[in-house]
Ligand binder design. Structure first.
Ligand code: ZN
Length: 505
């Protein structure tokens, strides 16, 4: 009995021994509410935003919603634009898409994805003419039998994926274009071409203007009947000749072609809200979550409730908590930048743009806390949902890892899962979300993640599947970690440097 009393007294002592700073942290944590996260996510993940595709209407609507929230909170718009300041950091993106592309053989015209499919980045101003020569399977020996310099080569391959080697050989020997016959019949080719169309007709967004081929003009995958027509032969004869490996008579023919590319410019934006700190205001914390997603697939909308509506809502709520604290004289000592990032799904483009064009000096950026998907439970944790994966905390700063653990112990008591932080883990998560662009600049990061689930990048990633209680608690973990990092006396020590840049997620 006595012992128990002593124990209770001891626990009581422990509870009252929270410092003033810790009590303040808990007070403002209470402003992070499940209903408010729901309200925000119900807008971000609604059908009206059409899956928030980068550069499209839904993304613009999401950006307006987030910047409006920042404005109502009274966060500072930090991005200088002309003589005023904005919440938006414009991110110019580029892409190249196939334009008017065709082959013309003896007066017959084949448009792209109709018996032919162009693969390359060459751009011809107008129509050109070229001599084509059949080179069987395009082996070294076959290519040596004919002069291919400045010509188009017709190569009949056995396996549709086997075009690289013969194309490379032909290119080395000076061939201008490779016309690859991938299948024995036109109907087989047509099926293949449908697949190529999906893959080749949408350009890939990038931060750089796409480069165009200068010397070699790329590849046309073509149906066997087109190849036969070019050299005035029969499909069976070409198949036979390729199988024999020797070309009795060199087969040649003329063809006309045009390859036009459309350059596309896409404009998107990161949304930034700044809260100035007090005595250590030159030092900055950056809290990030990507707010755009992958749009539609046909008539199906990818709502991206978890990815990353959950993280975006969390950032908005955390901002609110810090603003309220500041209004009551408890503002953070260091400044905090709340940043909803764009283009993550396209290759971490928005965060790369920010770290290439930082609004606040990277030297003064002490940490990046990045959230991407924190509203769900993955298969591994079906029986224990009180978890979160942390990635990156110990990679640059031992201290950050220790602080993060201590914060969790004090306030949230999650099971912190470091499986994905293993340097040898095949998923390479450390390099796969926006925090990487900070980490590669030797800024310590923590990435918060619930793991992949069956609705990942599917139209079924919807709000009804979000675990709001869990989302609220995970949001608080990030908030508490930010609170401690913003208010402690010393700046985080970076005791390990990022030695090599391992990009290419
Ligand atoms: Zn994501």
């Amino acid at each position: 009995m006595k012992n128990i009393t002593a124990l209770i007294a001891c626990c009581h002592l422990f509870i009252v021994s929270y410092s003033q700073l810790e009590e303040d942290a808990m007070k403002y944590a209470e402003t992070i509410k499940q209903e408010e996260l729901y309200d925000k996510l119900s807008i971000l993940a609604s059908d009206a935003l059409e899956g928030r595709e980068t550069g499209e209407r839904g993304q613009k609507m999401a950006a307006a919603f987030i910047s409006d929230h920042f404005k109502r909170l009274g966060l500072t718009p930090p991005v200088k634009q002309g003589s005023s300041y904005s919440y938006y950091q414009p991110v110019p993106l580029y892409s190249s898409m196939p334009g008017n592309i065709y082959l013309m053989v003896s007066g017959e015209k084949y448009d792209n994805f109709n018996k032919i499919a162009y693969y390359g980045t060459y751009h011809s101003e107008g129509e050109k003419e070229i001599e084509a020569v059949f080179v069987g399977k395009g082996s070294e020996q076959e290519l040596n039998q004919v002069d291919v310099k400045g010509k188009a080569v017709i190569i009949r391959i056995d396996n549709p994926r086997g075009w690289r080697t013969p194309h490379k050989l032909a290119k080395e020997k000076g061939a201008m274009i490779s016309l690859i016959v991938t299948h024995a019949t036109d109907s087989e080719f047509n099926n293949y071409s449908e697949m190529l169309k999906d893959y080749l007709s949408n350009g890939r967004l990038s931060l750089e203007v796409p480069k165009r081929q200068k010397t070699n003009q790329g590849i046309f995958m073509i149906a066997p009947s087109v190849a036969a027509k070019i050299v005035s032969s029969k499909v069976e004869d070409l198949n036979k000749a390729a199988d024999n490996g020797r070309l009795k008579k060199v087969k040649t023919g003329m063809l006309k072609y045009q390859i036009k590319q459309k350059k596309i410019e896409v404009s998107t934006e990161n949304v930034l809200g700044y809260l100035e700190g007090s005595d250590l205001k030159d030092e900055l914390l950056v809290l990030t979550a990507h707010y755009d997603h992958i749009g539609r697939h046909g008539d199906k909308i990818n709502n991206g409730a978890d990815d990353d509506g959950s993280g975006t809502s969390a950032i908005m709520e955390i901002a609110e908590a810090f603003v309220k604290a500041k209004e009551e004289g408890k503002g953070p000592r260091r400044s905090i930048l709340f940043m909803a990032v764009s283009g993550e799904e396209k290759g971490l483009l928005g965060s790369a743009y920010y770290t290439d064009n930082p609004v606040f000096p990277l030297e003064n950026t002490v940490v990046n806390l990045n959230i991407d998907m924190i509203g769900r439970i993955d298969r591994e944790h079906k029986d224990n949902s009180n978890y979160i994966y942390l990635v990156g905390a110990d990679r640059l700063s031992t201290e950050l890892h220790e602080i993060s653990e201590k914060v969790n112990e004090t306030y949230t008591q999650f099971e912190l899962d470091y499986t994905l932080n293993d340097e040898n883990h095949p998923d390479r998560i450390y390099y796969r979300s926006d925090h990487w662009n900070f980490a590669k600049n030797n800024i310590p990061v923590i990435f918060y993640f619930n793991g992949v689930h069956e609705d990942y990048h599917r139209p079924t990633d919807t709000i009804d599947k979000i675990e709001f209680e869990l989302l609220t608690k995970r949001t608080k973990l990030v908030y508490y970690t930010a609170w401690v990092l913003a208010n402690r006396n010393d700046r985080l020590v970076v005791d390990k440097l990022q030695e090599q840049e391992i990009g290419n997620n």
